[in-house]
Write a protein that binds this ligand. Structure first.
Ligand code: AMO
Length: 438
């Protein structure tokens, strides 16, 4: 008999069905055996009337995570026995169990675990309701990012992950041995390629795996992450990019909220707060004056959290832009603001107190770009491939990059970015913990 998904069972009250899935929990009550079965669409309770029957005896051998096919009759549950999480109003009177795979589990799914235990057992713990919720949200974020940009005629492209040099200058790149004794690197950003692609399509976006060998052990740094980047031509200045990003963020929040109200309820969280007007914006100096801190070239994590409090209080916004970072600290491709010399037409977007995006206007003039590369102490010859795009004519352009894991983490208010990363790589872990030999 054909398999029916659990979410469809309500249509089959009084009828015989076959379902397949995992045993979530087994409970034995006298002669009755109860199995909660989970499939991709939901959960249902199946009751085997007697442990003396073959089906009942088979059901009684099962344990959590055993994979089974069950046949039974769908029936409505008594009014006083309805449980929201178990497909509410219906249950199954089971009369046949086929065991597809046995299982042995290290602990109960959904138990409170410390992060390392959770990560060490990811092939199992990823099945928990919480983990599935996180990664369903993440899948929707990517989908919404793509849909939002496609609607505005951005073309998706694939950036290379093996590159000849590091685009970001400051960010440590992982070295790779390449052919003929050449040194290659894992990309730290799709930056140079997205700029090249503006020359072909004007508007492009990508979701790229990137790698950063920064030796940070923090709750917000990973060694491998997904950057959601876009880049667009014919802009006036960085404010066009900020508008395009705000549009994208609003679309993402709307899609996530519309599709996953149930998840926000389970997490006991509100949807991101969006201001009626535009996202609040402060120049770096203004932000520092507001917080009463020194004019350093960047914000500390604590400052970012305080700016969130300000944005919520004054503008009802979980988002706040900070612009005009000093040019000295930004990569060579960053455009200097002619009206605020020494500062960039660049911004960070903070979401619930964490920088989730960075971007701005780029230098598009060939000679100016060569000059900037030299000023940074870099060799223009090493960038000859990229520079071709400028030699053959580039419009004023800009773009930005959102860290998918940081966005997911703040969306669900997860304290550590690793909880928003399916298989996190960091200073201490590549699936299993790295151990330093003594
Ligand atoms: P930046 O280096 O600021 O800018 O990176 C952009 C966004 O990527 C995320 N991110 C990280 N997330 C986790 N762990 C890390 N190690 C890490 N590094 C970066 C953050 C950050 O805001 N090419 C420019 C962007 C541009 O100008 O378009 C760039 O990469 O969310």
């Amino acid at each position: 008999m054909e398999r029916t998904l659990i979410k469809e069972l309500e249509k089959y009250i009084g009828k015989e069905v076959t379902i397949s899935g995992w045993v979530d929990v087994r409970r034995d009550h006298g002669k009755l055996v109860f199995l909660d079965i989970r499939d991709r669409s939901g959960k249902i309770q199946v009751i085997f009337p007697s442990a003396n029957t073959t089906a009942g005896a088979n059901a009684k051998t099962t344990r959590p995570e055993w994979v089974v096919t069950v046949r039974g009759i769908v029936k409505e549950r008594p009014e006083n026995m309805r449980k929201e999480e178990l497909n509410g109003n219906i249950e199954l009177d089971g009369f046949h169990v086929e065991i597809l795979a046995e299982a042995e589990v290290p602990f109960e799914l959904g138990s409170e675990l410390n992060l390392d235990t959770y990560l060490d057992h990811l092939p199992y713990t990823v099945r928990s309701q919480k983990a599935r919720d996180v990664f369903v949200i993440q899948a929707t974020i990517i989908e919404a990012f793509r849909a939002s940009l496609r609607r505005r005629e951005f073309v998706e492209f694939q950036a290379p992950a093996l590159v000849g040099g590091d685009a970001e200058g400051g960010a440590a790149a992982f070295k790779v041995d390449y052919y003929y004794d050449q040194q290659a690197f894992l990309a730290t950003s799709p930056q140079l390629y997205k700029q090249i692609m503006v020359g072909a399509f004007e508007r492009v976006f990508t979701t790229a795996k990137i790698f950063r060998g920064e030796k940070h052990a923090t709750t917000r740094h990973l060694s491998e992450l997904v950057q959601m980047d876009f880049e667009m031509g014919f802009i006036q200045d960085h404010r066009d990019i900020m508008d395009a990003l705000e549009h994208t963020m609003r679309d993402i929040c709307a899609d996530v909220g519309e599709k996953h109200a149930d998840i926000f309820k389970r997490f006991n969280l509100d949807l991101p707060k969006l201001p009626k007007g535009k996202f609040p914006t402060l120049k770096l100096k203004e932000a520092q004056d507001l917080l009463g801190v020194a004019h350093e070239p960047d914000l500390e994590p604590e400052h970012e959290r305080h700016l969130h409090e300000w944005a919520l209080r004054e503008h009802g916004s979980d988002f706040v832009f900070v612009t005009h970072f000093p040019i000295s600290k930004r990569p060579f491709y960053t455009f200097e603001d002619p009206d605020d010399l020494g500062h960039t037409r660049y911004f960070d977007l903070l979401f619930r107190g964490l920088e989730i995006n960075s971007g701005g206007q780029r230098v598009h003039n060939y000679d100016a770009l060569v000059e900037r590369i030299k000023q940074k102490g870099l060799d223009p010859a090493k960038f000859a491939f990229y520079l071709q795009a400028f030699k053959v004519g580039m419009p004023p352009h800009g773009g930005c990059s959102t860290g998918l894991e940081r966005l997911t983490a703040r969306m669900l208010e997860l304290p550590n970015i690793r909880e928003a990363t399916l298989f996190p790589r960091d200073l201490n872990r590549i699936d299993t913990l790295l151990r330093v030999d003594k």
